[in-house]
Design a protein around this ligand. Structure first.
Ligand SMILES: [Zn+2]
Length: 69
């Protein structure tokens, strides 16, 4: 593994951590995407941005439903 590979790997890890930890609210990381159940790295809650955005949209809808009732 050369420095470029290491840098790319670190960047990927950093990106995944940012994806998982940027929003403290929500479910804990379980090793699986909280939206679709896909296996993800430890500490990561969504397998990709689409899942996170869909999950957030649903969470927002659930919250609004709760507020209205
Ligand atoms: Zn997913």
């Amino acid at each position: 593994m050369d420095d470029f590979d290491r840098a790319a790997e670190f960047e990927e890890l950093r990106r995944q951590l940012a994806l998982g930890f940027r929003k403290p609210a929500g479910p804990p990381a379980t090793g699986h995407c909280v939206f679709c159940g896909e296996a993800v790295a430890q500490g990561v809650r969504w397998c990709n941005r689409d899942c996170r955005e869909d999950w957030e949209r649903e969470a927002r809808a659930r919250k609004e439903a709760t507020c209205r009732s």
